[in-house]
Design a protein around this ligand. Structure first.
Ligand code: BGC
Length: 366
């Protein structure tokens, strides 16, 4: 039931909403009124809350715009908030969404284990909770999870690191370093574990050598996903372990950190090693084309937001939602039914074809 079709621009919605009470001939009882037609779980003009984390990568900034535009054109009231101030700001935003009567709350958590109280409030008020991109932990007040397959992201990164180093030097041993994301983000460990599934056997058989000896997730983390933290750690690693030793590769969990790592290595006057990434950020895609960063991951934010909005529409229409993973995402309290999208690895080899449909990256990679 797509009332405004693809022409559903915010202005058009606002104009129609303004005359909704007096307009004639509108038969769609799910909009503009509060009454629900047969099977509808809640009125179509309901408020939908979207709690986004901090702007730690371009994907989140894009998600904000896409949620605002997509929810509005589907007829909902979009309440999209960033929590650049941190966890307590995000907690307050979710509480405010509940107070405003949000029927669905979509959450990209800063700290997935600190939202239990607010999500219980949401549930008690009858809202459906969807974890977006990042799982929320240790609460049963989460109904669905929608994300790219983040374990697969890690596996692709691990494999890309091996492939990239092999292309430069046919056989090992290879000297590498490992970076992980922010420990409060539930995804960070999933990415790392996925990568280590591929890398650990090669560390064990001596093909890979982590010269610093820092092999655990705890040693590899980057607080807040901040570039300066990754750069600082890389500076320390370069100074401590790579005086006369060649660094062949670095596992980086995303593009922002990849660029910080590359900056650090260059600053140390050393050749750029094979560095992985994720998110298809503009500067990293350019760097891949220029032969510097080795890889990124395409997790098209447009598709993820689109699917999340389809879920909201399904819920509004009282439909049963499609799930394609009902066993992988145990959050400590329950296994959260998930819909996962497939991530795609991008290197210089496929960079020209990977983004043909992307309005920003398409023209850059032509
Ligand atoms: C997202 C990544 C992103 C990171 C930092 C993660 O939860 O899945 O795509 O790079 O957050 O913003």
């Amino acid at each position: 039931m797509r009332m405004f079709g693809k022409a559903g621009k915010a202005a058009a919605i606002a104009a129609i909403a303004a005359v909704a009470l007096t307009a004639c001939g509108r038969s769609d009882s799910g909009t503009g009124g509060g009454s629900t037609a047969g099977g509808e779980a809640f009125p179509k003009n309901s408020s939908i809350g979207v709690a986004l984390p901090q702007k730690t990568s371009e994907n989140w900034v894009l998600a904000e715009k896409l949620f605002n535009d997509g929810l509005t054109s589907a007829g909902f009231k979009a309440d999209v908030q960033f929590a650049n101030g941190g966890v307590s700001e995000q907690q307050n935003q979710i509480s405010a969404m509940v107070t405003k009567g949000a029927k669905v709350i979509i959450v990209g958590a800063i700290d997935g284990s600190q939202l239990g109280t607010q999500l219980k409030q949401a549930h008690d008020a009858g809202a459906v909770v969807i974890a977006y991109d990042r799982l929320v932990k240790n609460t049963d007040a989460v109904d669905y999870y929608v994300a790219y397959d983040n374990f697969k992201v890690g596996e692709l990164q691990g494999q890309a690191l091996l492939d990239g180093m092999k292309a430069k030097k046919a056989s090992g041993p290879y000297n590498i370093e490992l970076f992980a994301g922010s420990p409060d983000d539930a995804n960070a460990k999933v990415f790392f574990d996925g990568a280590m599934k591929v890398l650990q056997p090669k560390i064990d058989d001596g093909t890979l050598k982590v010269v610093s000896g820092q092999k655990t997730f705890e040693q590899a983390v980057t607080q807040g996903w901040k570039a300066e933290n990754a750069q600082k750690r890389m500076d320390t690693l370069m100074a401590g372990s790579y005086g006369s030793t060649t660094l062949d590769g670095v596992l980086s969990p995303n593009d922002t950190l990849a660029r910080a790592i590359i900056t650090s290595v260059k600053g140390a006057g050393k050749p750029v090693p094979v560095v992985t990434g994720q998110d298809s950020e503009v500067e990293s895609v350019k760097s891949i084309m220029a032969g510097e960063q080795y890889s990124t991951i395409n997790k098209d934010t447009r598709k993820l937001v689109e699917h999340a909005i389809e879920m909201v529409k399904g819920l509004q229409e009282g439909k049963k939602l499609e799930i394609n993973d009902d066993k992988s995402y145990n959050n400590g309290v329950k296994t959260v039914p998930a819909y996962l999208l497939p991530p795609v690895i991008v290197t210089k080899e496929n960079v020209k074809t990977a983004y043909v449909d992307d309005p920003v990256l398409g023209p850059i990679t032509k």
